[in-house]
Design a protein around this ligand. Structure first.
Ligand code: AMP
Length: 521
């Protein structure tokens, strides 16, 4: 498309783009700053206080149970309308109608008696199990180990999480002499919990309390709750950018160039002088804005801890900005090449498991990525990996139509692309699985170019004849077997991402902790 055509298509494209970010509920009244939302509290009649009136006082008005919440993480206000708070602070939630951002009053802590917005995923109801500092329900076994082994945790540090192998059951993970042990928390028919049948507890809190006082058969007495590694991503940048994706370009300051991609440069930036973000720019005139905005459209609908979150866009003038969460360590490819010598096999497998988890979510959503490779995975702190660049992803709605065809003349990353995608233009989640196998090779070789001795042309010739890369040096056989499974000629014989995820997550699942030999798993 030439430059003029790009300009003319731009405004139509922008309208379509904005329309797709509008929620049907947008016509509900906009709250202005300073408006006081309803608290729901019932206030009694106001009586004049007459000291000579000795009649019994009317009963006090019954207050509706207050919506009190405990902060699970620290949060620094990003706008004048939101509240700063620290872990453990109590907040009264006054209005939840804004979805992911609630209006609240701080009852304790640095913002005590101030009101403002808070990210709903940073708090849990007071006295609820979710508010317990040791309750990490969605934490996988592997993540539990990583968190407990991270600096800052002492002997006896622990957490309670959902058991992966048995739905509805809980597990207790404990740090003991530099190793993490896992116990199953079982439940009796009467709802009581136990580690060993000899002692049962009405609540989890009582169980934790007991084993915090005595080891009583556990490997060690429970100490401090595991330190939380990092707060989760908020949904959007602030309460009013969740639905309003367009933000003022002046609120973004570009600080440092991080890299350059297919469509333009990527910068580290700061939003509203408070929040670190990544800013992807579109070089004017180089690309149909439709293609670029498609990436944003897809990203905004996909929310998963292992996928890069889209925060906002600036599209009123060029260059268009796409604002996403910032990943401190850049692309996985650069990270593997730079940090390779410091990574252990467990780190490599864990990173692969994270990518598989993000991809399993895409699989469930009927999306395909189409360009899965280490260069399109980003790394944050503590080797956290997230899949980025869904620019080429396509939705496939009907089961028998789950095929995407590349445009004529599209350049393909040949060494990552499945043979049926190269030869028959057939892109499916199974061609992503093939690419995942190549990504595993990149991880296990610390970022080596796949098929190092072959040209793209030779790869296209040799793959249909059955040629596959051999096991990289130092790569465990089990990992190589997974790669080979991903490279099965018949795409239906390749595993699903769900299977890949659990296979990788279960890789270290061989150690067993016994409680007096009564609670083995
Ligand atoms: P891309 O245009 O997505 O291929 O990005 C080009 C390069 O910019 C990547 O290889 C990364 O080094 C860097 N980059 C892109 N997005 C981010 C992000 N969200 N956080 C940190 N670095 C990024």
């Amino acid at each position: 498309m030439d430059c003029e055509a790009i300009q003319s298509s731009f405004s139509a494209c922008w309208q379509r783009f904005l329309a797709c970010f509008k929620k049907p509920s947008e016509d509900k009244g906009q709250r202005r700053r300073g408006d006081r939302p309803e608290t729901g509290a019932v206030s009694g009649p106001v009586e004049s206080a007459n000291p000579n009136d000795l009649r019994p006082l009317p009963p006090l008005p019954v207050e509706k149970a207050a919506d009190h919440y405990t902060a699970l993480y620290d949060y620094s206000a990003r706008t004048e309308e939101d509240l700063s708070f620290n872990t453990g602070d109590t907040l009264e939630v006054l209005d939840k109608s804004n979805g992911d951002w609630w209006y609240a009053e701080a009852l304790t802590g640095i913002s005590a008696s101030k009101r403002g917005y808070i990210p709903a995923n940073y708090v849990a109801p007071v006295e609820s199990i979710d508010a317990e500092p040791w309750y990490f329900p969605e934490t996988k076994r592997l993540d539990a180990e990583k968190m407990l082994l991270a600096g800052g945790n002492q002997q006896g540090a622990f957490l309670v999480r959902n058991c992966e192998s048995q739905k509805g059951e809980l597990s207790l993970s404990v740090l003991d002499s530099g190793r993490v042990k896992h116990y199953k928390l079982k439940k009796l028919d009467n709802g009581h919990y136990f580690v060993s049948r000899t002692r049962t507890f009405q609540t989890l809190k009582e169980l934790v309390g007991h084993y915090s006082r005595h080891s009583d058969g556990l490997c060690v007495r429970l100490g401090e709750p595991c330190k939380k590694m990092e707060a989760p991503q908020t949904h959007g940048l602030s309460y009013n950018t969740v639905d309003q994706w367009e933000i003022d370009r002046k609120s973004i300051k570009l600080l440092k160039k991080l890299g350059a991609g297919q469509f333009g440069e990527v910068f580290e930036g700061i939003w509203n002088e408070t929040t670190a973000v990544a800013v992807k720019t579109l070089k004017p005139g180089t690309m149909d804005p439709d293609d670029f905005l498609r990436e944003a459209q897809i990203m905004k609908r996909l929310r998963h801890p292992k996928l890069i979150q889209l925060y906002a866009v600036c599209t009123m003038e060029e260059p268009i900005y796409i604002i996403t969460e910032l990943m401190k360590n850049g692309s996985l490819l650069d990270y593997l090449r730079k940090e390779g010598s410091t990574l252990r096999i467990s780190d490599q497998i864990e990173m692969a498991a994270q990518v598989a988890s993000g991809m399993a979510y895409l699989e469930l959503q009927n999306y395909i990525h189409r360009d899965l490779a280490a260069r399109n995975v980003l790394v944050g702190e503590n080797n956290i990996c997230k899949v980025a660049d869904f620019g080429l992803a396509r939705v496939f709605m009907k089961e028998n139509e789950n095929v995407y065809e590349a445009k004529e003349g599209a350049k393909l990353p040949v060494k990552w692309t499945a043979p049926e995608a190269i030869n028959q233009n057939k892109f499916t989640i199974k061609s992503d699985v093939w690419s995942f196998g190549i990504l595993l090779y990149e991880i296990m070789t610390f970022g080596q170019m796949p098929y190092p001795a072959l040209t793209n042309y030779q790869v296209v010739q040799k793959i249909p004849q059955g040629y596959r890369m051999s096991c990289p040096p130092g790569c465990p056989k089990v990992m190589y077997e997974i790669m080979i499974d991903c490279w099965k000629e018949n795409e239906q014989d390749r595993p699903t991402f769900e299977t890949l995820q659990w296979k990788l997550e279960d890789y270290f699942d061989l150690d067993v902790t016994s409680y007096d030999d009564a609670n083995r798993y």
